[in-house]
Design a protein around this ligand. Structure first.
Ligand code: XMP
Length: 513
Protein backbone atom coordinates (compact mmCIF):
# COMPACT_ATOMS: atom_id res chain seq x y z
CA UNK A 1 0.00 0.00 0.00
CA UNK A 2 1.18 3.52 -0.77
CA UNK A 3 2.53 5.39 2.25
CA UNK A 4 -0.29 7.65 3.43
CA UNK A 5 0.81 11.06 4.58
CA UNK A 6 -0.91 14.39 4.93
CA UNK A 7 1.07 17.59 4.63
CA UNK A 8 0.06 20.45 6.91
CA UNK A 9 1.38 23.77 5.71
CA UNK A 10 1.96 26.13 8.58
CA UNK A 11 0.88 29.72 8.06
CA UNK A 12 1.50 30.62 11.70
CA UNK A 13 -1.83 29.81 13.36
CA UNK A 14 -2.18 29.10 17.05
CA UNK A 15 -3.74 25.68 16.61
CA UNK A 16 -1.35 24.17 14.08
CA UNK A 17 -0.14 21.36 16.31
CA UNK A 18 -3.70 20.66 17.29
CA UNK A 19 -4.53 20.07 13.61
CA UNK A 20 -1.60 17.66 13.40
CA UNK A 21 -2.80 15.89 16.49
CA UNK A 22 -6.35 15.57 15.12
CA UNK A 23 -4.98 13.98 11.94
CA UNK A 24 -2.84 11.51 13.92
CA UNK A 25 -5.89 10.74 16.03
CA UNK A 26 -7.57 9.52 12.84
CA UNK A 27 -4.64 7.15 12.25
CA UNK A 28 -3.17 9.12 9.40
CA UNK A 29 0.48 10.14 9.40
CA UNK A 30 1.11 13.86 8.95
CA UNK A 31 3.88 16.39 9.03
CA UNK A 32 3.76 20.10 9.65
CA UNK A 33 6.03 22.10 7.34
CA UNK A 34 6.61 25.86 7.20
CA UNK A 35 4.79 27.79 4.49
CA UNK A 36 8.12 28.27 2.69
CA UNK A 37 8.04 24.58 1.70
CA UNK A 38 8.83 24.34 -2.02
CA UNK A 39 6.84 22.60 -4.71
CA UNK A 40 9.64 20.07 -5.19
CA UNK A 41 9.64 19.27 -1.50
CA UNK A 42 5.88 18.81 -1.60
CA UNK A 43 6.17 16.49 -4.61
CA UNK A 44 8.86 14.50 -2.82
CA UNK A 45 6.64 14.24 0.25
CA UNK A 46 3.89 12.87 -1.99
CA UNK A 47 0.90 13.72 0.25
CA UNK A 48 -2.57 12.24 -0.11
CA UNK A 49 -3.95 15.55 1.13
CA UNK A 50 -2.80 19.03 2.13
CA UNK A 51 -4.09 21.26 4.91
CA UNK A 52 -3.45 25.01 5.02
CA UNK A 53 -3.51 26.19 8.63
CA UNK A 54 -4.80 29.45 10.03
CA UNK A 55 -2.47 32.37 10.58
CA UNK A 56 -2.36 35.92 11.91
CA UNK A 57 -2.12 37.70 8.55
CA UNK A 58 -4.64 39.05 6.07
CA UNK A 59 -4.16 37.60 2.59
CA UNK A 60 -4.01 41.03 0.97
CA UNK A 61 -1.18 42.24 3.29
CA UNK A 62 1.97 42.82 1.31
CA UNK A 63 4.01 40.44 3.39
CA UNK A 64 1.31 37.81 3.84
CA UNK A 65 2.64 34.30 3.18
CA UNK A 66 1.31 32.52 0.10
CA UNK A 67 1.40 28.98 -1.22
CA UNK A 68 3.33 28.15 -4.39
CA UNK A 69 0.58 28.37 -7.08
CA UNK A 70 1.81 25.06 -8.49
CA UNK A 71 0.28 23.37 -5.44
CA UNK A 72 -3.17 23.73 -7.01
CA UNK A 73 -2.08 21.72 -10.07
CA UNK A 74 -0.84 18.67 -8.17
CA UNK A 75 -4.20 16.94 -8.19
CA UNK A 76 -4.02 16.64 -4.37
CA UNK A 77 -7.04 17.62 -2.23
CA UNK A 78 -6.61 20.73 -0.09
CA UNK A 79 -8.42 21.85 3.06
CA UNK A 80 -7.92 25.48 4.03
CA UNK A 81 -8.69 26.48 7.60
CA UNK A 82 -9.39 30.14 8.50
CA UNK A 83 -6.44 32.05 6.96
CA UNK A 84 -5.87 28.90 4.89
CA UNK A 85 -9.43 29.17 3.57
CA UNK A 86 -9.00 32.82 2.65
CA UNK A 87 -5.71 32.03 0.97
CA UNK A 88 -7.33 29.33 -1.10
CA UNK A 89 -10.05 31.76 -2.17
CA UNK A 90 -7.58 34.58 -2.81
CA UNK A 91 -5.08 32.54 -4.82
CA UNK A 92 -7.77 30.88 -6.92
CA UNK A 93 -9.36 34.14 -8.02
CA UNK A 94 -11.88 34.90 -5.30
CA UNK A 95 -11.95 38.09 -3.31
CA UNK A 96 -11.17 38.50 0.36
CA UNK A 97 -11.72 41.81 2.09
CA UNK A 98 -11.61 43.12 5.64
CA UNK A 99 -15.08 42.69 7.12
CA UNK A 100 -16.77 46.07 6.80
CA UNK A 101 -18.88 45.91 9.87
CA UNK A 102 -18.40 44.17 13.15
CA UNK A 103 -21.17 41.74 12.37
CA UNK A 104 -19.20 40.01 9.60
CA UNK A 105 -16.15 39.62 11.84
CA UNK A 106 -16.74 36.53 13.82
CA UNK A 107 -15.04 35.37 16.97
CA UNK A 108 -16.06 32.52 19.21
CA UNK A 109 -18.95 30.11 19.14
CA UNK A 110 -21.18 30.64 16.12
CA UNK A 111 -24.29 28.76 15.07
CA UNK A 112 -23.57 27.48 11.57
CA UNK A 113 -25.76 25.79 8.95
CA UNK A 114 -24.21 23.22 6.64
CA UNK A 115 -24.91 21.83 3.21
CA UNK A 116 -24.52 18.19 4.18
CA UNK A 117 -24.35 17.06 0.57
CA UNK A 118 -20.80 18.48 0.59
CA UNK A 119 -18.33 15.66 1.24
CA UNK A 120 -16.71 17.59 4.08
CA UNK A 121 -19.97 17.74 5.98
CA UNK A 122 -21.29 14.24 5.28
CA UNK A 123 -23.06 12.68 8.23
CA UNK A 124 -23.25 15.75 10.46
CA UNK A 125 -26.44 17.60 11.48
CA UNK A 126 -27.51 20.53 9.31
CA UNK A 127 -26.95 22.98 12.13
CA UNK A 128 -24.33 23.04 14.87
CA UNK A 129 -21.85 25.30 16.65
CA UNK A 130 -18.47 26.18 15.16
CA UNK A 131 -15.55 28.15 16.59
CA UNK A 132 -14.79 31.19 14.48
CA UNK A 133 -11.86 33.52 14.68
CA UNK A 134 -11.63 35.69 11.62
CA UNK A 135 -11.75 39.37 10.77
CA UNK A 136 -11.70 38.94 6.99
CA UNK A 137 -14.55 38.06 4.77
CA UNK A 138 -14.75 36.18 1.44
CA UNK A 139 -16.63 38.72 -0.65
CA UNK A 140 -16.45 36.63 -3.82
CA UNK A 141 -15.81 32.92 -3.97
CA UNK A 142 -13.50 31.64 -6.73
CA UNK A 143 -14.77 30.02 -9.86
CA UNK A 144 -15.65 26.37 -9.53
CA UNK A 145 -16.49 26.74 -5.84
CA UNK A 146 -19.87 26.69 -4.19
CA UNK A 147 -20.98 27.75 -0.73
CA UNK A 148 -21.28 24.93 1.75
CA UNK A 149 -22.02 26.62 5.09
CA UNK A 150 -23.40 29.89 6.40
CA UNK A 151 -23.99 31.67 9.67
CA UNK A 152 -26.39 34.49 10.51
CA UNK A 153 -23.69 37.08 9.91
CA UNK A 154 -21.83 35.52 7.07
CA UNK A 155 -23.09 33.68 3.97
CA UNK A 156 -19.63 32.27 3.14
CA UNK A 157 -18.51 30.24 6.09
CA UNK A 158 -17.34 27.31 3.99
CA UNK A 159 -16.58 26.80 0.30
CA UNK A 160 -16.04 23.68 -1.71
CA UNK A 161 -14.96 22.54 -5.14
CA UNK A 162 -15.83 18.86 -5.07
CA UNK A 163 -14.29 18.18 -8.47
CA UNK A 164 -10.81 19.28 -7.42
CA UNK A 165 -11.23 18.26 -3.79
CA UNK A 166 -10.64 21.81 -2.51
CA UNK A 167 -12.41 22.89 0.67
CA UNK A 168 -12.19 25.98 2.81
CA UNK A 169 -13.70 26.69 6.24
CA UNK A 170 -13.64 30.00 8.04
CA UNK A 171 -13.90 28.29 11.43
CA UNK A 172 -11.54 25.97 13.28
CA UNK A 173 -12.64 22.32 13.01
CA UNK A 174 -9.65 21.21 15.12
CA UNK A 175 -10.80 22.84 18.38
CA UNK A 176 -13.25 21.09 20.67
CA UNK A 177 -15.67 24.02 20.58
CA UNK A 178 -16.53 23.12 16.97
CA UNK A 179 -19.12 20.48 17.67
CA UNK A 180 -18.54 18.22 14.67
CA UNK A 181 -15.02 19.36 13.85
CA UNK A 182 -13.44 15.93 14.29
CA UNK A 183 -16.00 14.41 11.95
CA UNK A 184 -15.25 17.10 9.34
CA UNK A 185 -11.53 16.40 9.48
CA UNK A 186 -12.27 12.71 9.30
CA UNK A 187 -14.43 13.32 6.23
CA UNK A 188 -11.59 15.22 4.59
CA UNK A 189 -9.15 12.40 5.30
CA UNK A 190 -11.37 9.44 4.51
CA UNK A 191 -14.05 10.71 2.08
CA UNK A 192 -11.93 13.17 0.14
CA UNK A 193 -8.31 11.96 0.43
CA UNK A 194 -9.35 8.29 0.58
CA UNK A 195 -7.09 7.48 3.50
CA UNK A 196 -7.07 3.92 4.86
CA UNK A 197 -5.94 4.95 8.34
CA UNK A 198 -3.09 2.55 8.90
CA UNK A 199 -0.81 4.81 10.94
CA UNK A 200 -0.39 3.99 14.64
CA UNK A 201 1.58 5.12 17.68
CA UNK A 202 3.85 2.12 17.03
CA UNK A 203 4.88 3.85 13.79
CA UNK A 204 5.55 7.04 15.71
CA UNK A 205 7.72 5.11 18.13
CA UNK A 206 9.77 3.54 15.33
CA UNK A 207 10.26 6.85 13.53
CA UNK A 208 11.29 8.58 16.77
CA UNK A 209 13.75 5.80 17.63
CA UNK A 210 15.36 5.97 14.19
CA UNK A 211 15.69 9.77 14.45
CA UNK A 212 17.26 9.56 17.93
CA UNK A 213 19.77 6.94 16.78
CA UNK A 214 20.75 9.07 13.84
CA UNK A 215 21.23 12.18 15.95
CA UNK A 216 23.02 10.61 18.90
CA UNK A 217 25.38 8.32 17.01
CA UNK A 218 27.67 6.88 19.65
CA UNK A 219 27.38 9.90 21.97
CA UNK A 220 26.51 9.76 25.68
CA UNK A 221 23.03 10.77 26.81
CA UNK A 222 21.84 11.99 30.20
CA UNK A 223 18.27 12.21 31.42
CA UNK A 224 16.84 13.58 34.66
CA UNK A 225 14.08 11.20 35.59
CA UNK A 226 11.40 12.45 37.98
CA UNK A 227 9.08 9.48 37.82
CA UNK A 228 6.37 11.59 36.19
CA UNK A 229 4.72 10.42 32.97
CA UNK A 230 6.67 12.65 30.60
CA UNK A 231 10.19 12.00 31.81
CA UNK A 232 9.40 8.28 32.21
CA UNK A 233 8.17 7.99 28.63
CA UNK A 234 11.13 9.99 27.32
CA UNK A 235 13.45 7.68 29.27
CA UNK A 236 11.76 4.56 27.90
CA UNK A 237 12.06 5.89 24.35
CA UNK A 238 15.73 6.73 24.75
CA UNK A 239 16.35 3.40 26.45
CA UNK A 240 14.88 1.62 23.46
CA UNK A 241 16.84 3.77 21.02
CA UNK A 242 20.28 4.09 22.60
CA UNK A 243 20.05 2.22 25.90
CA UNK A 244 23.71 1.43 26.41
CA UNK A 245 24.65 5.10 26.00
CA UNK A 246 21.95 6.39 28.36
CA UNK A 247 22.20 7.31 32.02
CA UNK A 248 19.02 8.19 33.88
CA UNK A 249 19.47 10.09 37.10
CA UNK A 250 16.56 9.77 39.48
CA UNK A 251 16.92 12.13 42.42
CA UNK A 252 14.86 10.68 45.24
CA UNK A 253 14.36 13.73 47.41
CA UNK A 254 12.34 11.91 50.03
CA UNK A 255 9.27 13.95 49.11
CA UNK A 256 7.72 11.21 46.96
CA UNK A 257 4.47 9.42 47.56
CA UNK A 258 4.31 5.99 49.20
CA UNK A 259 6.51 3.42 47.38
CA UNK A 260 6.99 5.80 44.44
CA UNK A 261 10.78 5.65 44.31
CA UNK A 262 10.77 1.83 44.23
CA UNK A 263 8.08 1.79 41.56
CA UNK A 264 10.08 4.07 39.30
CA UNK A 265 13.22 2.01 39.79
CA UNK A 266 11.36 -1.27 39.16
CA UNK A 267 9.91 0.10 35.91
CA UNK A 268 13.37 0.88 34.55
CA UNK A 269 15.14 -2.25 35.76
CA UNK A 270 14.35 -4.28 32.62
CA UNK A 271 16.10 -1.79 30.32
CA UNK A 272 19.80 -2.07 29.64
CA UNK A 273 20.51 1.45 30.87
CA UNK A 274 22.53 3.03 33.62
CA UNK A 275 19.97 3.91 36.26
CA UNK A 276 21.27 6.05 39.07
CA UNK A 277 18.99 6.52 42.04
CA UNK A 278 20.32 9.14 44.37
CA UNK A 279 19.01 8.89 47.88
CA UNK A 280 18.98 12.56 48.79
CA UNK A 281 16.31 12.57 51.49
CA UNK A 282 18.59 13.68 54.29
CA UNK A 283 20.06 16.47 52.21
CA UNK A 284 16.67 17.85 51.26
CA UNK A 285 15.16 17.55 54.73
CA UNK A 286 18.17 19.29 56.26
CA UNK A 287 17.74 22.21 53.86
CA UNK A 288 14.01 22.36 54.52
CA UNK A 289 14.31 22.26 58.31
CA UNK A 290 12.53 25.18 59.92
CA UNK A 291 11.20 26.53 56.60
CA UNK A 292 7.46 27.06 56.33
CA UNK A 293 7.09 29.75 53.67
CA UNK A 294 5.80 28.07 50.45
CA UNK A 295 7.93 29.97 47.95
CA UNK A 296 11.08 29.39 50.05
CA UNK A 297 10.35 25.68 50.07
CA UNK A 298 9.97 25.62 46.30
CA UNK A 299 13.18 27.56 45.71
CA UNK A 300 15.19 25.39 48.10
CA UNK A 301 13.95 22.19 46.49
CA UNK A 302 14.57 23.44 42.94
CA UNK A 303 18.07 24.52 43.75
CA UNK A 304 18.98 21.44 45.75
CA UNK A 305 17.76 19.25 42.93
CA UNK A 306 20.11 20.99 40.54
CA UNK A 307 23.03 20.64 42.95
CA UNK A 308 22.46 16.89 43.36
CA UNK A 309 22.00 16.39 39.65
CA UNK A 310 25.11 18.39 38.93
CA UNK A 311 27.19 16.24 41.27
CA UNK A 312 25.91 13.06 39.63
CA UNK A 313 26.52 14.41 36.13
CA UNK A 314 30.13 15.16 37.10
CA UNK A 315 30.62 11.56 38.23
CA UNK A 316 29.32 10.27 34.91
CA UNK A 317 31.74 12.42 32.96
CA UNK A 318 31.26 14.17 29.64
CA UNK A 319 27.77 13.86 28.20
CA UNK A 320 26.88 14.89 24.70
CA UNK A 321 23.13 15.13 24.95
CA UNK A 322 20.65 16.04 27.63
CA UNK A 323 17.12 14.71 27.26
CA UNK A 324 14.05 16.57 28.45
CA UNK A 325 10.51 15.29 28.58
CA UNK A 326 9.01 18.57 27.34
CA UNK A 327 5.61 18.00 25.78
CA UNK A 328 3.63 20.24 23.47
CA UNK A 329 1.49 22.06 26.07
CA UNK A 330 4.74 22.96 27.91
CA UNK A 331 6.02 24.53 24.72
CA UNK A 332 2.84 26.56 24.34
CA UNK A 333 2.64 27.56 27.99
CA UNK A 334 6.25 28.73 28.04
CA UNK A 335 5.48 30.97 25.10
CA UNK A 336 6.35 34.05 27.11
CA UNK A 337 4.17 36.90 28.25
CA UNK A 338 4.06 38.93 31.40
CA UNK A 339 1.77 36.77 33.47
CA UNK A 340 2.14 37.19 37.19
CA UNK A 341 4.09 34.51 39.00
CA UNK A 342 1.60 32.64 41.13
CA UNK A 343 3.99 29.85 42.10
CA UNK A 344 7.48 29.16 40.90
CA UNK A 345 7.15 25.78 39.25
CA UNK A 346 10.08 23.47 39.52
CA UNK A 347 9.86 20.82 36.94
CA UNK A 348 12.25 18.47 38.62
CA UNK A 349 12.61 16.60 35.33
CA UNK A 350 14.35 19.44 33.65
CA UNK A 351 16.58 22.28 32.75
CA UNK A 352 20.03 22.08 34.27
CA UNK A 353 21.88 24.44 31.96
CA UNK A 354 25.33 23.97 33.43
CA UNK A 355 26.06 20.44 32.28
CA UNK A 356 28.57 20.25 29.51
CA UNK A 357 26.50 18.93 26.62
CA UNK A 358 26.18 19.54 22.91
CA UNK A 359 22.45 19.63 22.53
CA UNK A 360 19.11 19.09 24.22
CA UNK A 361 16.88 16.37 22.85
CA UNK A 362 13.13 16.73 23.37
CA UNK A 363 11.56 13.68 21.76
CA UNK A 364 8.01 14.38 23.02
CA UNK A 365 7.93 17.99 21.98
CA UNK A 366 5.16 17.52 19.46
CA UNK A 367 2.91 15.27 21.50
CA UNK A 368 -0.05 15.99 23.72
CA UNK A 369 -0.37 14.32 27.11
CA UNK A 370 -2.68 11.51 26.05
CA UNK A 371 -0.42 10.77 23.07
CA UNK A 372 2.55 10.59 25.45
CA UNK A 373 0.59 8.04 27.47
CA UNK A 374 -0.14 5.99 24.34
CA UNK A 375 3.53 6.06 23.44
CA UNK A 376 4.42 4.93 26.96
CA UNK A 377 2.14 1.92 26.53
CA UNK A 378 3.75 1.14 23.18
CA UNK A 379 7.11 1.14 24.91
CA UNK A 380 5.85 -1.32 27.49
CA UNK A 381 5.78 0.98 30.52
CA UNK A 382 3.48 -0.33 33.25
CA UNK A 383 0.00 1.14 33.38
CA UNK A 384 0.49 2.68 36.85
CA UNK A 385 3.31 4.82 35.46
CA UNK A 386 1.57 5.69 32.22
CA UNK A 387 -1.73 6.66 33.85
CA UNK A 388 -0.09 8.56 36.64
CA UNK A 389 -1.79 11.80 37.67
CA UNK A 390 0.47 14.85 37.60
CA UNK A 391 2.75 15.14 40.61
CA UNK A 392 4.51 18.42 41.30
CA UNK A 393 8.31 18.57 41.26
CA UNK A 394 8.54 19.78 44.89
CA UNK A 395 6.50 16.73 45.85
CA UNK A 396 4.80 16.36 49.20
CA UNK A 397 6.70 19.36 50.59
CA UNK A 398 4.06 21.68 49.11
CA UNK A 399 1.27 19.48 50.50
CA UNK A 400 2.49 19.87 54.07
CA UNK A 401 1.50 23.25 55.39
CA UNK A 402 4.25 24.63 57.57
CA UNK A 403 7.54 22.94 58.29
CA UNK A 404 8.34 19.68 56.50
CA UNK A 405 9.58 16.87 58.73
CA UNK A 406 10.15 13.18 58.13
CA UNK A 407 7.37 12.35 60.57
CA UNK A 408 4.87 14.58 58.78
CA UNK A 409 5.93 13.17 55.44
CA UNK A 410 5.24 9.64 56.66
CA UNK A 411 1.83 10.69 57.99
CA UNK A 412 0.90 12.35 54.72
CA UNK A 413 2.19 9.43 52.65
CA UNK A 414 -0.13 7.05 54.48
CA UNK A 415 -3.18 9.34 54.25
CA UNK A 416 -2.54 10.03 50.57
CA UNK A 417 -2.12 6.33 49.83
CA UNK A 418 -5.46 5.56 51.49
CA UNK A 419 -7.24 8.21 49.43
CA UNK A 420 -5.74 6.90 46.18
CA UNK A 421 -6.49 3.31 47.16
CA UNK A 422 -10.15 4.01 47.91
CA UNK A 423 -10.53 5.95 44.66
CA UNK A 424 -9.08 2.97 42.80
CA UNK A 425 -11.40 0.55 44.61
CA UNK A 426 -14.37 2.69 43.60
CA UNK A 427 -13.06 2.82 39.98
CA UNK A 428 -13.18 6.60 40.01
CA UNK A 429 -9.66 7.38 38.73
CA UNK A 430 -10.94 8.31 35.27
CA UNK A 431 -13.32 10.91 36.70
CA UNK A 432 -10.63 12.93 38.49
CA UNK A 433 -7.71 14.80 36.99
CA UNK A 434 -5.72 14.99 40.20
CA UNK A 435 -6.49 13.87 43.72
CA UNK A 436 -4.36 13.83 46.83
CA UNK A 437 -4.17 14.48 50.55
CA UNK A 438 -2.77 17.57 52.24
CA UNK A 439 -1.45 17.69 55.78
CA UNK A 440 -2.67 20.96 57.27
CA UNK A 441 -0.90 22.58 60.20
CA UNK A 442 -4.11 22.66 62.16
CA UNK A 443 -4.71 20.50 65.18
CA UNK A 444 -8.08 20.00 66.75
CA UNK A 445 -9.75 18.14 69.56
CA UNK A 446 -11.28 14.72 69.01
CA UNK A 447 -12.46 11.78 70.99
CA UNK A 448 -11.23 8.25 70.36
CA UNK A 449 -12.18 5.36 72.56
CA UNK A 450 -12.89 7.19 75.78
CA UNK A 451 -10.03 9.59 75.49
CA UNK A 452 -9.40 13.06 74.21
CA UNK A 453 -7.14 13.54 71.18
CA UNK A 454 -5.47 16.67 69.90
CA UNK A 455 -4.23 15.76 66.46
CA UNK A 456 -3.69 16.92 62.88
CA UNK A 457 -6.33 17.59 60.23
CA UNK A 458 -5.88 16.03 56.80
CA UNK A 459 -7.54 17.72 53.84
CA UNK A 460 -8.53 15.78 50.73
CA UNK A 461 -8.32 17.55 47.39
CA UNK A 462 -9.63 16.36 44.05
CA UNK A 463 -10.05 18.41 40.89
CA UNK A 464 -11.40 17.88 37.42
CA UNK A 465 -9.86 19.88 34.62
CA UNK A 466 -8.65 19.71 31.03
CA UNK A 467 -5.67 21.99 31.29
CA UNK A 468 -4.98 22.67 35.01
CA UNK A 469 -5.22 26.40 34.33
CA UNK A 470 -8.72 26.33 35.72
CA UNK A 471 -10.19 23.44 37.65
CA UNK A 472 -13.42 22.44 39.31
CA UNK A 473 -13.51 20.50 42.57
CA UNK A 474 -14.67 16.95 41.97
CA UNK A 475 -18.01 15.81 43.30
CA UNK A 476 -16.57 12.70 44.93
CA UNK A 477 -19.42 10.42 46.12
CA UNK A 478 -20.04 10.81 49.85
CA UNK A 479 -19.63 7.09 50.47
CA UNK A 480 -16.10 7.22 49.05
CA UNK A 481 -15.22 10.26 51.17
CA UNK A 482 -16.70 8.43 54.14
CA UNK A 483 -14.58 5.33 53.52
CA UNK A 484 -11.42 7.42 53.13
CA UNK A 485 -12.09 9.47 56.24
CA UNK A 486 -12.84 6.45 58.41
CA UNK A 487 -9.77 4.57 57.20
CA UNK A 488 -7.41 7.53 57.64
CA UNK A 489 -8.58 8.37 61.14
CA UNK A 490 -8.49 4.74 62.23
CA UNK A 491 -5.13 3.82 60.79
CA UNK A 492 -2.93 6.90 60.49
CA UNK A 493 -1.48 7.88 63.87
CA UNK A 494 -1.65 11.56 64.70
CA UNK A 495 -4.69 12.35 62.51
CA UNK A 496 -8.13 12.76 64.06
CA UNK A 497 -10.02 14.82 61.45
CA UNK A 498 -10.49 14.76 57.68
CA UNK A 499 -11.97 17.60 55.61
CA UNK A 500 -12.74 17.89 51.88
CA UNK A 501 -11.67 20.95 49.87
CA UNK A 502 -14.61 22.32 47.86
CA UNK A 503 -12.85 25.27 46.21
CA UNK A 504 -12.33 25.57 42.48
CA UNK A 505 -9.37 27.18 40.69
CA UNK A 506 -9.60 30.15 40.54
CA UNK A 507 -9.87 31.47 43.21
CA UNK A 508 -7.88 28.65 44.84
CA UNK A 509 -5.04 26.76 43.16
CA UNK A 510 -4.84 22.99 42.79
CA UNK A 511 -1.98 22.53 45.25
CA UNK A 512 -2.27 24.17 48.64
CA UNK A 513 1.14 25.83 48.40
P1 XMP B 1 -1.54 24.88 40.79
O1 XMP B 1 -1.35 24.52 42.23
O2 XMP B 1 -0.57 25.91 40.30
O3 XMP B 1 -1.19 23.54 39.98
O4 XMP B 1 -2.96 25.21 40.46
C1 XMP B 1 -1.47 23.32 38.63
C2 XMP B 1 -0.80 22.01 38.24
O5 XMP B 1 0.62 22.15 38.29
C3 XMP B 1 1.18 21.22 39.20
N1 XMP B 1 2.29 21.88 39.88
C4 XMP B 1 3.59 21.66 39.59
N2 XMP B 1 4.18 20.82 38.72
N3 XMP B 1 6.30 21.57 39.43
C5 XMP B 1 5.54 20.77 38.64
O6 XMP B 1 6.11 19.97 37.86
C6 XMP B 1 5.77 22.44 40.33
O7 XMP B 1 6.50 23.15 41.01
C7 XMP B 1 4.36 22.47 40.42
N4 XMP B 1 3.48 23.20 41.19
C8 XMP B 1 2.23 22.80 40.83
C9 XMP B 1 0.04 20.84 40.13
O8 XMP B 1 0.27 19.57 40.72
C10 XMP B 1 -1.12 20.86 39.19
O9 XMP B 1 -1.16 19.67 38.41
Amino acid sequence: MKREAVLIIDFGGQYDQLIARRVREQNVYCELRPCTVTLDEIRAFDPIGIIFTGGPNSVYDEKAPHADPGIFQLGVPILGICYGCQLLAHQLGGQVTPAQDDAAREYGKTVTRFDTSCRLFTGIPEQSVTWMSHGDYMAKVPEGFSLAARSDNCPNVAICDEARGFYGVQFHPEVNHTQYGKQMLRNFLYEVCRAHGSWTMADYKNTAIAAIREKVGDGKVLLALSGGVDSSVAAALLAEAVGSQLTCVFVDHGLMRKDEGDEVQAAFDPWPIQFVRVDAEERFLAKLAGVSEPERKRKIIGEEFIRVFEAEAKKIGRVDYLVQGTIYPDVVESGGGDAAVIKSHHNVGGLPDYVDFKEIIEPLRLLFKDEVRQLGRQLGLPEYLVQRQPFPGPGLAIRIIGEVTKEKLDTLREADFIFRDEVAKAHLEGTMSQYFAVLTNMRSVGVMGDGRTYDWTVALRSVTTDDFMTADWTRVPFEVLDAVSTRIVNSVPGVNRVVYDITSKPPATVEWE
